[in-house]
Every structure is written in structure tokens, then in C-alpha cells.
Design a protein around this ligand. Structure first.
Ligand SMILES: C[S@@+](CC[C@H](N)C(=O)[O-])C[C@H]1O[C@@H](n2cnc3c(N)ncnc32)[C@H](O)[C@@H]1O
Length: 213
């Protein structure tokens, strides 16, 4: 109830929050089922909101793991900071596109997982590209970018863009959420971004092309 009230109050004032209610426990569990909690991980969360994922991650992470949550909305950042007092967690008020600067400021290496709820369908193409490129760079080889979006969006909103940067992209649906979710897992390869194909999202080319934004 706390999450829903705090969330809706801020939703009215900020279009970038994009979804009217926090992600359901089913959605949170399904996204996080891609994480190997038996290992020590560096996890980055984009757009934690009131912290439904943050709470789940901190509950399941090992003591040697670390979580960096990057939230653009100042009210949500304050809510999280007032509520979460866990030495494994760092909460930053910034935009996801600045993830590389955040990692540097936190003296952290590359991440094992980056989880994102930010509304990609809403973002202009240049910002979307900057976030995807910097996300790719912020991940370890073999690391995963785990994205949850509302199910209304088409492949053009995000999937084809993920495929321009990441060699492997899986997609599925989680219906036990209002509205249902479209989930993606994009895995970083050993090549430079776009090295999976011809860089135009159809993944059937053989030439490697570095994407710059
Ligand atoms: C759909 S809500 C998800 C909130 C929460 N993680 C949940 O699952 O209930 C999207 C969140 O992303 C944040 N956000 C939007 N654009 C962002 C950006 N560029 N960088 C970081 N956070 C952003 C919004 O403020 C909001 O908290």
C-alpha cells in the first residue's frame, strides 16, 4: 500500500514515471529470476521508483554483492534514501544515460546485471541510443540488461534497438501485472556494440559495425 500511494502521488506530476502503479510482486520475481543470486554481483537498477525491485534485490543478494540504484525523480530518490539503510546499496539522483560517470564516482567496475523500468517507448531516439550504448559499456562481458516495459509497445519501441547493440536478445511476457509486462534480457557479447550483425536491428548481416551516438 505504501508503494502504491507514494507512486501514484508522484505519477501525477512526472510523465517519465510512465506507469500508474508499481510493478507487481509477480513481475519483480519474474525479472529477477534471471539473476544468479548465489554469486556476488554488482547490480545497477535504473528507475527504482519507490523501490519494489530494490527491496527484492537487497533481500536476495549475498553480503558481498552491491546495488547502485539510479533514479531521475528527486522525490523517489528521497523516499528511497529515507527508507533504505543497507550498506550494500547506493542511491543516486541522476539519469541512466550517465551510468558510466556514476560507476566511476562509485569506484565500481563493470556490472553483472542492469535492471531497467525506464519507459523506452517515451524516449527520443538519441537519448534511447545513449542509454543503450552506455548500458552496454557498463556491463561485463556476458552480463545481462534486464528490461521490463508495458506490453503495449511494438518491437520498434525497444527490441530492434536492443538488437542493434546486443548480440543476444530474449523477449517474453508477464501477464500478472497491471498492465501486463513485456520483458527483455539482452546479453553483452565479446564484440563492440553492433558487432552481432549489420547494426540495423535485423541481425542477419555479417559485417561488424561500431555504433556511435
Ligand atoms: C515504470 S516506473 C518503474 C518504477 C519501479 N521500478 C517499479 O517497478 O515500480 C519508471 C521509473 O523510471 C524513472 N526514470 C525515468 N527515466 C529515467 C532515467 N532517464 N534515468 C533514471 N530513472 C528514470 C522514473 O522516475 C520511474 O521511477
Amino acid at each position: 500500500m505504501f508503494h502504491t500511494m507514494a507512486y501514484m502521488k508522484n505519477f501525477i506530476k512526472d510523465k517519465d514515471i510512465a506507469s500508474i502503479t508499481p510493478t507487481s510482486p509477480f513481475g519483480v520475481k519474474r525479472v529477477c529470476s534471471q539473476i544468479d543470486f548465489a554469486r556476488n554481483n554488482l547490480i545497477i537498477e535504473y528507475g527504482p521508483g519507490t523501490g519494489v525491485f530494490t527491496d527484492y534485490l537487497l533481500k536476495h543478494m549475498r553480503n558481498g554483492s552491491r546495488l547502485i540504484a539510479i533514479e531521475r525523480n528527486k522525490n523517489f530518490k528521497t523516499i528511497l534514501q529515507d527508507r533504505i539503510h543497507d550498506p550494500r546499496a547506493t542511491i543516486i539522483n541522476d539519469s541512466a544515460e550517465n551510468v558510466l560517470e556514476t560507476l566511476k564516482a562509485c569506484r565500481s567496475g563493470e556490472a553483472d546485471y542492469i535492471i531497467s523500468g525506464i519507459p523506452f517507448f517515451w524516449l527520443p531516439r538519441d537519448l534511447k541510443d545513449r542509454i543503450l550504448l552506455n548500458t552496454y559499456r557498463a556491463l561485463k562481458e556476458g552480463g545481462s540488461f534486464l528490461v521490463y516495459q508495458t506490453c503495449f509497445q511494438t518491437d520498434q519501441h525497444l527490441k530492434v534497438h536492443l538488437e542493434r547493440f546486443f548480440p543476444v536478445v530474449h523477449s517474453k511476457f508477464e501477464l500478472r501485472n497491471i498492465p501486463p509486462l513485456r520483458l527483455f534480457q539482452a546479453i553483452k557479447g565479446s564484440q563492440s556494440p553492433g558487432g552481432n550483425g549489420n547494426g540495423n536491428g535485423n541481425g542477419n548481416g555479417s559485417r561488424s559495425r561500431r555504433i556511435t551516438v
